[in-house]
Design a protein. Structure first.
Length: 301
C-alpha cells in the first residue's frame, strides 16, 4: 500500500521504516533539510515539497502527519487542502487534543476527505516492537488503511483498532498518557523510598530485576526502570526536572469537566510541575509560617 508520511522526526521516520519493511511504498516530507537527509540515508524517498509528495501518490491518496500538536497541524492542513481530492484520507498520528481533531475532521469532511485521529504509543521502541494504535474517525477510511495499521502494530491482530468516531483515537491516547503519568510517579516514589534507606536494600537494579519476573507490578515501565538503574545506579548527571507534553493536563481538565475523581493522575501532574521550581516560593512561605506560629527554625540559603 502507498502512503505519504509528513514529518520525519525520529518517530515519523521510524514508522516509515517499519512500513517499508512490511512491503508498503512510503514517501516522506519534512521541512527540515536535516530530517530529509537522515530519512534519505535510511532509504526513504523524500520529495522536496508537499506538492511533489502529493504528486507521487496515486488517488485516492493516504497521507499520515507526524507533526507536533497545535497550530502546526492546522498549518499543515492549510497547505495540503488545495492539493488533496475527494476520497483522500489524512491521518494525524501525533498527540493532538481530541476536540481539535473533531473540528479538523468536520472541516475535511466538507471536502469529502476523511480525517483519522490515531493515538500512537510506542515511542523510540516502536520500530522494533511495533506501535499501539488507537484509531478514531470514519469506519470505511479506517478499514481502507487497515494494512498500514496491521504493519505498524506489534502484530496484525493485536495492539490496534478503531475505538470510535472522530476524536476517539486522540481522546483514548490522552487518557493513556494520563494513566502513564500515574504509573511512572508510583514507580519513582517507591524507588525513592528504597534509595533513602539504601543501607537496607543497596542494589535497586537487582530489586527491579526481581520485580520484573512474576511480580504483580511488572510492566514495560519497570523494564525500562530496571535498565536505567543498571546503567546508572545513582542516576548521576540527570537533573530532577520532569517536562510534560500536555496530555496529562488535558486528562485532568477532562476529569474535572466530567466530575470524575482522578487524584493519582492529578497529583502526578502536580509533581511534574513541582520538579521544575528551583526556587519554590511556596516552600519558603511555608517555612516562614512555621517560624511565625511556632518559632521553628528557618533554614537559610
Amino acid at each position: 500500500m502507498q502512503l505519504g508520511m509528513i514529518g520525519l522526526g525520529r518517530m515519523g521516520a521510524n514508522m516509515a521504516q517499519r512500513l517499508q519493511r512490511g512491503g508498503h511504498d512510503v514517501v516522506g516530507f519534512d521541512p527540515s533539510p536535516q530530517a530529509h537527509e537522515r530519512a534519505s540515508g535510511d532509504g526513504l524517498s523524500t520529495p522536496a515539497s508537499l506538492e511533489a509528495l502529493v504528486d507521487r501518490l496515486e488517488a485516492p491518496r493516504a497521507l499520515w502527519m507526524m507533526v507536533p500538536a497545535g497550530a502546526i497541524v492546522d498549518a499543515t492542513i492549510d497547505l495540503l487542502l488545495p492539493l488533496l481530492s475527494p476520497g483522500d484520507v489524512l491521518v494525524d498520528g501525533g498527540n493532538s487534543f481530541y476536540g481539535d481533531s473533531q473540528r479538523r475532521a468536520q472541516r475535511l469532511a466538507e471536502r469529502d476527505i476523511a480525517y483519522l485521529d490515531v493515538g500512537t504509543s510506542g515511542g523510540v521502541w516502536g520500530l522494533a516492537e511495533g506501535y499501539s494504535l488507537m484509531i478514531g474517525g470514519d469506519a470505511a477510511a479506517s478499514e481502507r488503511l487497515s494494512p498500514l495499521f496491521a504493519t505498524l502494530a506489534p502484530s496484525t491482530d493485536k495492539g490496534w483498532g478503531r475505538v470510535g468516531p472522530s476524536g476517539a483515537g486522540h481522546f483514548a491516547k490522552m487518557i493513556h498518557n494520563g494513566i502513564e503519568y500515574g504509573l511512572m510517579q508510583a514507580y519513582a516514589e517507591g524507588f525513592a523510598i528504597l534509595e533513602r534507606k539504601h543501607e537496607l536494600v543497596p542494589d535497586l537494579a537487582q530489586l527491579a530485576e526481581i520485580w520484573r519476573h512474576g511480580s504483580v507490578v511488572r510492566s514495560w515501565l519497570l523494564d525500562l526502570s530496571a535498565q536505567a538503574l543498571a546503567d546508572n545506579p545513582r542516576l548521576e548527571g540527570i537533573a530532577p526536572y520532569v517536562p510534560d507534553s500536555g496530555e496529562g493536563r488535558w486528562t485532568v481538565a477532562e476529569a474535572i469537566d466530567l466530575d470524575v475523581a482522578a487524584p493519582v493522575i492529578t497529583q502526578s501532574l502536580i509533581e511534574r510541575l513541582r520538579s521544575r521550581d528551583d526556587d519554590a516560593f511556596s516552600d519558603k512561605l511555608l517555612s516562614a509560617m512555621r517560624n511565625a506560629f511556632g518559632g521553628h527554625a528557618i533554614k537559610r540559603d
